[in-house]
Design a protein around this ligand. Structure first.
Ligand code: C2E
Ligand code: MG
Ligand code: MG
Ligand code: MG
Length: 278
């Protein structure tokens, strides 16, 4: 089967394992029923200001429990949801849940929710987001939406208009996994992002001199455009020291905090406070 032992003793579908059409269909059925059958949850990973050790925001990451109670990784079910169109329903669920679970309870100053570019093709999405913010009486700037350059949205006027509407409503729009999508730099020019998350592969590549120079070049580009930067995938103390040396303030990764359920968020903040006291 395509199931493998994942982190934290959970079982994850291995997205690289060949899937039969049957498995794909089963997954599509689970995805279609996910909201109704309460199979979804969000875990949250802190984005840390490494100059103060404060939590700048938490990123909401979706988990799907299948009928047997196993956890399915987003890399397996998000592409299926995008193919079937269920992503629209899943994505709305995530925005509402993150707002109620984190912001309405004051568990973090800001929450970022991943949004598929497909969701932005839905003209009513910005109105939905504004409705959720109003429902919970939230300051719009406490919500950020992370978009990955999944397809060439820079030339999709519906998507661009959705981003404009969201920015007008005061919501932050972040570019996720910068440097990995095929539309690349045109996005950065076409869309009014507030922040750019630089994919973990660029930090990993810093072990070589050329890799380090390349990251420096990316940072220069992003900084010159007046954008805030988050470095993703900080796994070691050496990488943390490295990004500090580069003047990067915001970072995320297993070394700084693993994704966890919302009830554990005070535990996420605790080590940060301890580190500051030292
Ligand atoms: P992403 O938005 O770039 O999220 C970062 C991924 O890297 C997460 O995987 C996170 O658990 C993992 N990660 C965090 N720190 C480290 C680290 O130090 N090292 C390594 N190797 N990995 C780290 P996850 O939760 O499996 O999510 C994978 C992707 O699925 C996300 O990438 C995002 O693109 C997508 N996704 C997750 N939740 C949602 C959602 O609600 N909606 C949509 N549309 N996509 C989602
Ligand atoms: Mg993300
Ligand atoms: Mg992403
Ligand atoms: Mg990312």
């Amino acid at each position: 089967s395509a199931k493998a032992n994942g982190r934290n003793g959970t079982h994850l579908f291995d997205p690289k394992a060949p899937q039969t059409d049957n498995e794909d269909r089963n997954l599509a059925i689970i995805v279609a029923q996910a909201v109704e059958r309460d199979l979804l949850s969000l875990v949250y990973q802190p984005i840390i200001d490494v100059s103060t050790n404060e939590v700048h925001a938490v990123e909401a990451l979706m988990r799907l429990r299948d009928i047997d109670g196993m956890t399915i990784a987003p890399s397996a079910f998000i592409p299926v949801a995008e193919r079937t169109g269920a992503i629209v329903q899943l994505g709305r669920w995530a925005v509402r849940r993150a707002c109620s679970e984190i912001l309405a309870r004051g568990l973090a100053p800001k929450v970022s929710v991943n949004v598929s570019a497909f969701q932005l093709r839905e003209a009513s999405f910005p109105l939905f987001v504004a409705g959720v913010l109003a429902e919970f009486g939230l300051e719009p700037s406490t919500l950020a939406l992370e978009i990955t350059e999944g397809f060439d949205i820079a030339s999709d006027s519906t998507v661009i208009q959705a981003v404009v509407a969201l920015r007008r409503a005061g919501v932050e729009v972040w570019l996720d996994d910068f440097g990995t999508g095929y539309a690349g730099l045109s996005w950065l020019q076409a869309v009014d992002f507030t922040l750019v998350k630089i994919d973990q592969r660029f930090l990993q590549a810093c072990e070589t001199e050329d890799g380090a120079r390349f990251l420096q070049d990316i940072l220069t580009l992003v900084n010159n455009r007046g954008l805030t930067v988050v470095l993703e995938g900080v796994e070691t103390a050496a990488q943390l020291a490295f990004l500090k040396k580069f003047g990067v303030r915001l970072a995320q990764g297993y070394h700084l905090g693993r994704p966890c359920a919302s009830d554990m968020l005070s535990a996420v903040k605790a080590p940060a406070k301890a580190a500051r006291a030292r």
